[in-house]
Design a protein around this ligand. Structure first.
Ligand code: ASP
Length: 335
């Protein structure tokens, strides 16, 4: 359990939009608009954060996270790194939509070089909703970012009183506040009204021990995800190749399987030097090599435990360093 250390910690808040900054368009209206409020308004709604840390803020983007893209990731990585490199900053909080939060969190987990806590936070209910979850989530996120023992644990996601590791967390429900789950290796901890309970550290390499850097990049390699299903043909894989994908992640059925015509298309792609990663659409488990698919012969990589969207992030970063299939497979066992 923790309070805050003395002198008062300083937390840098980077805002990107999302439902946490969302507003109902009209009173009692059903819909809402993400990213309607500025970061200053978000902080002003939770004056209690001043008890935890001194806050400075920066608006990096104002989007629903369904519109998160490579360019914004590169900008966010640079701005987060710049904040953490300042000696007086103890940690960073990033406000973000929940739809793609797990992807952004994992991306930053692989490219930000710092032991200081980086905490992504969002909300399932817009700021104007009854019982909005954003203010408490934001308060808890600042508490985690300000807490010295949260250092060295990689990028974290805070929501619904839970602390998740970037690698483990996934959004699992369209609307409920308990949407985030870490099914494989469990929670990083709990945070109750700003009081932290941290569990075992992250198992895989991240942040300050990561080999990836996006410092000089202006674009990322294109990696497409192709979703498998009964009766799958080769069309979507061929379309990804024709569209210029450098890598293809297959959200396979079961243990990362795909129907024979699609597998032939994937093997053709691999022969052309396009990296094919087999992941699973099941939402859990390890995709093992060479079980029903002869990965060694076909030149495929398997995603280990990563879900398709996180396998895509790791493959994009992997392709900035190598196209060697064995080396890329090793990355999936390391991160
Ligand atoms: N569509 C929103 C977003 O990801 C949903 C949310 O934030 O909960 O930005």
């Amino acid at each position: 359990m923790a309070g805050t250390s003395s002198p008062v910690p300083q937390v840098h808040v980077l805002a990107t939009g999302g439902t946490i900054a969302g507003a109902q368009i009209q009173d009692r209206a059903r819909g809402y608009k993400a990213a309607a409020f500025s970061v200053d308004a978000l902080i002003a709604a939770v004056p209690q954060v001043a008890e935890l840390a001194r806050i400075d803020v920066e608006q990096v983007a104002a989007i629903g996270s369904q519109d998160m893209d490579d360019e914004t990731w590169l900008k966010l990585a640079a701005r987060t790194q710049a904040a953490l490199d300042r000696a007086e900053i103890d940690g960073a909080v990033i406000t973000h939509g929940t739809d793609t939060m797990e992807e952004t969190a994992f991306f930053l987990n692989l490219v930000v070089r710092s032991e200081k806590p980086v905490v992504l936070v969002g909300a399932m209910r817009p700021a104007t909703a009854i019982s909005a979850d954003g203010p408490m989530n934001l308060y808890n996120a600042v508490a985690v970012a300000a807490y010295p023992e949260a250092r060295g644990r990689g990028v974290l996601v805070v929501a619904n009183d839970e602390i998740h590791f970037a690698r483990e967390v996934a959004k699992t429900n369209t609307t409920q506040v308990g949407t985030f789950r870490s099914t494989h290796r469990g929670l990083a901890g709990l945070v109750n009204g700003g009081r932290l309970h941290l569990y075992a550290p992250a198992v895989r390499r991240h942040t300050y021990r990561s080999e990836f850097s996006v410092e000089n990049l202006t674009r990322m390699p294109r990696v497409d995800i192709v979703y498998a299903h009964a009766g799958m043909g080769r069309g979507l894989i061929d379309a990804a190749v024709e569209g210029g994908a450098e890598g293809i992640v297959i959200a396979g059925v079961g243990d990362g399987n795909i129907a024979a015509p699609a597998q032939r298309a994937a093997a053709d792609a691999a022969r052309q030097g396009i990296v094919v990663v087999r992941s699973s659409r099941t939402g859990g488990g390890v995709v093992e090599r060479n079980i029903e698919v002869d990965d060694d012969r076909l030149g495929f990589v398997t995603a280990d435990e990563l879900n398709p969207q996180k396998a895509r992030v790791l493959l994009m970063l992997g392709l900035t360093r190598t196209r060697d299939v064995a080396a890329l497979q090793e990355l999936f066992y390391t991160y």
